[in-house]
Structures are given as C-alpha cells and as structure tokens.
Design a protein. Structure first.
Length: 373
C-alpha cells in the first residue's frame, strides 16, 4: 500500500472539504440507520417513543469472499423513559425484527443511564448498562462494522461510557454476544471496543479530527463442550486516521490493522488496509437531498470479526476461502426524502474490483419513522 497516496489524500481532503460552505454535517454515506434505537433519538424522560424501519437491501456480489444476499423486512421498537433523578434515566421497551419469508425476533430494550452533567456541557459523560447506544452510533469505519448488522442484529447489551460533546468525543463498550451454560457445545463470545475523535481544528460546522478505533473479539470459555478444533482465542482490530467535515462534504483517510496472535481462526496472523472515503449530500430543497461519494480500499490479509465482509480476505461462512489482496473502488449514489417524523432513502452502490476488473453492485431502500404518541 502506498504511503504517499495516504498522505496525499489527507492533504486533498483538508483543502477540498474545508473549502465547502458551512452546513450541518451528515451521517457517513454508508450508514444504514441514521439514528440508533437507543441513541440520540431515544425517548426523552416522561415520553414514549416509537421507531419503525422498513428495509430492502440486495447485494449482487459474485466474488469468492462475499456472495450476494437479500435482506427484506421490518423493524419496530417501542420504548418509554423515566427520569429517576436529574442525572439518572431509565428506559424500557421492546424491539422486533421480522424478516419477510423468514423468522421474527423479539428482544427487550432495557437501559440505565447516568449523566455527569447537563446535555449541553462539553464535559458530560454518560455511563450506560443494559441496551447500549450501539450499531451506527459507535462511528466505526465500514471495514470494522458490517452495514448489514444494522438489519440483522443491531442491538448490543453490556456496559458503555460515552462523551459526545466538545473537542474530544469518546465511546467505549463491552457487549456479550453469546452467553453459555454448562456443557453447551459453543463458546461464549464477547465484543469490546473504543472509538476516539479529537478535533485539531474547528470553526463552526467545519472540523478536522484525528480518529482512533480499537476492537477486541473473544471466543472461549471454561464450562463449554465445544467440538475439538473449534477456533478460540482473541482477535484485535485497530484504525488510525483523519476525518474532515465541511458542511455538505465529509472525508476520511485511515489505516486499519488486524492481528490474531495465535492464528487460531485462520492462517492469517496479521494484516491491514488503507481506507479513503469521501461523500457529499447536496440538498435539492428543504426535504430532498442527494448522496454522492466514493470509497477506495486497498488491503492485504485483512480480517475483522463483525466488519464488512466485502473488505476482508476470508469468506464469512467458509474461512478456507481466501483472497490475500483486496482492492476495491465503491461508488455511493443515493436520494433521501427528509421529514421531521420520517426518512426515506434509496441507494445504489456500484463496486469495482480493481484486481479482477469486475463490476458488482448493491441496492438499498430504507424508510424510517420516529413517532412520539
């Protein structure tokens, strides 16, 4: 991977992004759910909040690492919030995901939140237990967080602390993905991570930030009865980079890393990748906007449990399927219809494999509603 390309892109994104007239920063172009179930759009104390999402995502991928799939269904979440004290909030409710022609899942929403200062304070920390402010709200880069997880399994449970305001923004969490009982033929699985953003320059809606991300994925246990040979151990991912926001435009440049110290899960012990991403969301009028962007990915022996499998060197279902180098150029095309209570989004993402010179694509349709009865 070319270091000159990385630093050249960093310089270009700083000049180009900051030259754009100020406006409100937007979500990354690849984010599926704009507002997480228990995050910024959660119910305020004393109110009930209803969230609904209708989704259709179809990927026409034919490469060995990631084959095409379809996600088609609806999600519904209902939650109520109570102010236990000026600094403590309790939220409870239920979340449902129905896959058309498939299964229906029903899970609880239970969150206890302690805030150290008022919401407008740059020094405010939030401490959470139960249902986390997870999914898209972690702000993980796309190779570290698979977009389809927001449709299949967006909820996380465990412990979390966050700081959302000020020059330094921080998020760290630990969530249990799989618990086991005695003699169960499976390992417990734990996922933990941290994301850090530090503004090195900020003027109005224009911002330049350093970003650092780290993930730990653990599979193992002492009371399990897993079949002999089942992979167990720890894997680590990290990312270091730069992001810039200039109103309608946002860009990111980052180096990503992977290590499996004992090579338990595949022959790959370590790898890495270079991610360059830029997108713009020009407004057509008060309620309509476009999504235009591109992502460049150049990686060798990169693996990320829970990350976007299009970016990885092994197949999610069969780790023996292996492709050492991954070089992709992904277009980001979309249209959004915005309203105070709902958000309609249509997206087409062409994917050019720069090695095989093949063109694949993904199509997505999302309709979200957020209501307070």
């Amino acid at each position: 991977m070319n270091d000159q390309l990385f630093w050249r892109f960093c310089g270009v994104l700083l000049v180009g992004v900051l030259a754009v007239s100020p406006a409100r920063a937007q979500q990354p172009g690849y984010s599926v759910v704009a507002t997480p179930w228990m995050g910024a759009d959660a119910a305020a104390p004393g109110t009930t909040r209803v969230h609904a999402l209708a989704y259709l995502r179809n990927t026409e991928y034919f490469n060995p690492v990631e084959e095409g799939q379809t996600w088609f269904g609806t999600q519904l979440a209902v939650q109520r919030a109570w102010a236990v004290s000026p600094q403590v909030t309790f939220r409870a409710g239920a979340w449902m995901n129905h896959t058309y022609g498939g299964t229906t899942r029903l899970l609880p929403l239970v969150q206890m939140r302690y805030e150290t200062a008022p919401s407008v304070s740059a020094a405010r920390w939030q401490w959470l237990a139960g249902t986390l402010d997870g999914a898209a709200s972690h702000g993980l880069l796309e190779p570290l967080y698979d977009a389809s997880r927001a449709l299949e399994d967006p909820l996380e449970y465990g412990l979390q602390s966050t700081k959302r305001n000020g020059r330094w923004r921080s998020d760290q969490w630990i969530s249990w993905q799989k618990a086991i009982v005695y003699a169960e033929p499976a390992f417990e699985r734990i996922w933990a991570g941290t994301t850090q953003h530090l503004d090195v320059w900020n003027r109005g809606d224009q911002r330049v930030s350093l970003l650092a991300q780290a993930l730990w994925s653990h599979a193992g246990g002492q009371i399990d009865a897993s079949p002999v040979g089942t992979p167990e151990g720890n894997r680590f991912n990290g990312a270091l980079g730069l992001s810039a926001t200039g109103g309608l435009v946002e860009a990111q440049a980052a180096r990503l890393f992977y290590t499996d110290p004992l090579a338990r899960f595949s022959p790959i012990e370590q790898g890495g990748g270079l991610l360059l991403h830029v997108h713009a969301q020009p407004r057509l009028n008060a309620h309509h906007r476009l999504r235009l962007g591109a992502t460049y990915w150049n990686a060798s022996d990169f693996v990320a449990p829970g990350g976007g499998y299009l970016f990885q060197s092994v197949n999610r279902y069969d780790p023996t399927v292996y492709q050492k180098e991954r070089r992709l150029l992904i277009g980001r095309l979309g249209w959004d219809r915005l309203h105070s209570a709902h958000h309609l989004s249509v997206r087409v993402d062409p994917v050019l494999d720069l090695q095989s010179k093949t063109l694949e694509w993904a199509f997505s349709f999302y309709w979200q509603m957020h209501l307070t009865p």
